[in-house]
Design a protein around this ligand. Structure first.
Ligand code: CA
Ligand code: CA
Ligand code: CA
Length: 186
């Protein structure tokens, strides 16, 4: 009978699924993402849920304009540094600088980073090196080897200068002591 043959197929299919998990199963049984995708997107929930955040202040005091922000997370081997830059005119030389003890880092809006031991990625919302439009922002995700940093807590200083379309240079910075042992983790 047709219904019996169909039932048999269903049973066989069910057994097959148990023996060999489908691709969907393998995705579903994965634990919550614990590793960051370095792509300039703060899609990983930890960036919002557990990071230490700092808002840049201007040299005159008060929140820096254009707005800049730093976020910090870690795992077993790396300190992850995120930078957010509001920017109406993104240029390839726009950059963040960071110091942590004797360690220094420079990362640009076109994704260049020094030193070479740091991995970084940038996501831009706007056109780079084209002032004929209004850009929005660029976001950095970077991974600094913990071995490059001194003992915890480390004093981190981050800064950014930006020239707005009116030709005015604006600088902002953030400084904070970061307890690596208590820092949020991926
Ligand atoms: Ca990401
Ligand atoms: Ca800029
Ligand atoms: Ca542009």
């Amino acid at each position: 009978m047709a219904w019996l043959r169909n039932l048999g197929l269903v049973v066989v299919a069910g057994v097959a699924c148990k023996r060999e998990p489908s691709k969907l199963d393998s995705v579903m049984i994965q634990p919550v993402q614990t590793r960051i995708a370095l792509d300039g997107e703060w899609d990983e929930p930890a960036w919002n849920a557990r990071s230490q955040r700092g808002t840049f202040v201007s040299e005159a005091g008060g929140e820096a304009r254009p707005y800049s922000e730093i976020r910090l997370l870690r795992d077993e081997t790396h300190l992850f540094v995120g930078f957010y830059a509001a920017d109406e005119d993104i240029k390839s030389d726009d950059a963040f600088d960071l110091t942590a003890g004797s360690f220094t880092m420079h990362v640009t809006a076109d994704g260049r980073v020094t030193p070479a031991t740091v991995r970084a990625a940038v996501d831009r919302d706007g056109t780079i090196d084209d002032p004929h439009d209004d850009d929005e922002e660029w976001v950095i995700e970077s991974a600094v080897p913990l071995a490059a940093l001194g003992p915890s807590p480390v004093t981190i200083h981050a800064s950014r200068c930006d020239v707005t379309k009116d030709g005015v240079k604006h600088c902002g910075s953030w400084q904070g002591a970061v307890d690596l042992d208590k820092l949020g983790r991926f």
